[in-house]
Design a protein around this ligand. Structure first.
Ligand SMILES: Cc1ncc(COP(=O)(O)O)c(C=O)c1O
Length: 563
């Protein structure tokens, strides 16, 4: 009926949720990967129909998920049968949805079998294809193929037991041609992609090269330092601030405290849940940190705990905008004003974030940003403290040239890169925002995962900037411990959800600290997971694969009742 066949296209895909843990991923049990498991019957049909003279033109057999297994879960195969039939076969255990479809293209027409649908288009006398004839059948198409396909394209007369040997040879040949791809599985697995940037573009290379040929030593705010400080002040909506680049966020915090006039015997109220660098520089000035518990839902400093911690020695509060989500800054600002103390900000996670259009760094009396390699803006460990055109008698002057004799200013090469990144920062933030939105959307149906908690009355919060934080934080009072375990096994957590390294254990600094004193921080720390939000368009496949994998794992967890 179809005349001579020129090509065949086959798609067979299913989505096996816990693939790495099931028999399908074990060579000993499955005999191989998707080619053996799902492809064997189909290849048997094709050999039966088109003969044993075949040549594998191309085979890409790959592993698209993380996990300790070494069989392929996806295969793209191209085989020529005889002199004229080209077969294209796609097999997958990791399909987005289950699909089974076969199209056979002959000189007289096209036959497509897909699920329960049979579509037949035949050529008229002039050689033009007629509109589809469509039938619904009540048998899966593979069965239909087995029973009835031969009648559409003519009965093959060479079906015998030797055919099985030919099918095995075909399978062997597919593995032989495709084997290099299974071995180089890391390159093919988007989930293996680590979150590393900036991307080294020609612009970045040019910026470094120009700086190399310019100078590698800047003592004041000449050249690239002045340019960066100026651009950053504009970006941060702090045009009237003094800005001073340092070689790390930690040093920027140190100079922020120094320039704020803090001296030995003073007390500063600090968040208990933050990176240690928010606190450690205080110790070098002899200042006592007074730790405040975190709000269990946001991880940020709980404003209701601040007033009772203020003493006559308290000179300042420093707030960290944890994971890029600023919160309760108005309440904290009011407390500081009412008590005549400074409000300082550690904006290291939150470049560009804002509340009601007001950017972080503008809420208080001074701020520090890290631009270390994990941060929204990077390169190297080069940091700044705002307020510019530093007057001669300003305490920042002590650090402006030699870093108070410690030479802790930035390196020009790194600032050349950071300056380049700063120019594209709005674009980076937008993309990160899209990634965060994708994670939130994909996982919205999972009851035990929650998107980051935003400021109440959050319609005024600039969620574009908020979502563009360095990590997407999720928390839930009853988070399934199995979720973390299973996700780790499945893969995405290995590269994308990292353990919380942030110190909320201030016993390094305050001997009397007890976990029971900070239940909010302990709760948040034990329940939050972090997802990276990538920055470039070409990361989109990674983002989707990661979100999808998390969804699979979460769905599996839901099947297990909570104890
Ligand atoms: C909240 C916070 N503050 C300060 C720092 C210190 O920055 P840097 O590593 O550039 O010294 C970090 C670094 O991770 C941080 O997370």
């Amino acid at each position: 009926m179809l005349g001579n066949i020129s090509s065949v296209q086959v798609v067979e895909a299913i989505d096996v949720v816990e693939l790495a843990e099931g028999w399908r991923a074990q060579k000993g049990l499955a005999g191989g990967g998707v080619v053996i498991d799902m492809g064997y019957d189909m290849l048997d049909q094709l050999v039966g129909l088109f003969g044993r003279r075949f040549e594998v033109q191309h085979a890409a057999v790959m592993k698209t998920r993380l996990g300790s297994y070494d069989v392929e879960d996806t295969a793209h195969i191209s085989v020529t049968f005889g002199d004229s039939v080209n077969a294209t076969i796609f097999l997958s255990h990791s399909g987005i949805r289950s699909e089974e479809k076969i199209s056979i293209i002959g000189e007289k027409g096209i036959l497509t079998l897909g699920g329960e649908l049979v579509r037949l288009s035949l050529c008229d006398k002039g050689g033009k294809l007629t509109p589809h004839e469509q039938y619904t059948v009540h048998e899966p198409s593979a069965l239909l193929l087995e029973r009835g396909l031969a009648s559409f394209i003519g009965s093959p007369n060479d079906w015998d037991l030797d055919k099985d040997v030919a099918v095995m040879q075909l399978v062997d040949e597919i593995y032989r041609v495709g084997s290099s791809q299974v071995e180089s599985q890391t390159a093919l697995n988007p989930l293996e992609k680590t979150w590393s940037w900036p991307k080294v573009t020609p612009d970045v290379e040019r910026a470094i090269s120009e700086q190399l040929h310019n100078t590698l030593s800047i003592y004041n705010n000449d050249g690239i330092f002045g340019k960066f400080e100026e651009t950053f002040r504009t970006f941060s909506d702090t045009p009237s601030y003094h800005a001073l680049l340092h070689n790390s966020g930690t040093n920027a915090l140190h100079v922020l405290y120094y320039a704020s006039g803090l001296t030995a015997g003073d007390e500063v109220i600090v968040p208990v849940y933050t990176f240690h660098a928010t606190v450690s520089p205080l110790m070098h000035l002899g200042v006592k940190p007074v730790f405040i518990d975190a709000h269990p839902e946001t991880g940020n400093m709980d404003p209701s705990k601040i007033a009772s911690a203020i003493t006559y020695k308290t000179k300042a509060v420093i707030a960290t905008h944890m994971w890029g989500v600023p919160w309760a800054m108005k309440e904290i600002g009011d407390i500081c004003r009412n008590n005549g103390i400074l409000l300082l900000e550690d904006c290291s996670h939150a470049h560009g974030a804002s509340i009601n259009g007001k950017k972080v760094g503008t809420f208080g009396d001074g701020a520090a940003w890290s631009i270390q390699g994990d941060k929204v803006l990077l390169h190297g460990h080069y940091n700044k403290r705002c307020k510019s055109e530093i007057p001669k008698d300003h305490p920042l002057q002590d650090f402006a040239v030699t870093g108070a004799g410690l030479k802790n200013r930035a390196h020009p090469l790194a600032i050349a890169v950071a300056h380049n990144q700063l120019k594209i920062l709005p674009k980076i933030l937008d993309r990160k925002s899209q990634c965060a939105a994708h994670f939130i959307e994909t996982l919205a149906s999972i009851p035990f995962l929650k998107a980051p908690v935003l400021e109440s009355g959050s319609d005024g919060v600039d969620s574009r900037a908020l979502c563009a934080k360095i990590h997407c934080a999720w928390n839930e009072a009853h988070i399934y411990p199995e979720f973390n375990q299973a996700s780790l096994r499945r893969g995405p957590l290995q590269t994308s959800v990292r353990d919380l390294g942030h110190v909320y254990a201030p016993d390094m600094y305050a001997g009397e600290w007890k976990a029971a004193d900070f239940p909010g921080a302990v709760t948040f720390h034990s329940q939050v997971i972090k997802l990276p939000v990538w920055a470039y368009e070409e990361d989109w496949a990674t983002v989707k694969a990661c979100a999808r994998a998390m969804l699979d794992v979460a769905r599996e967890c839901i099947k297990t009742p909570l104890n």
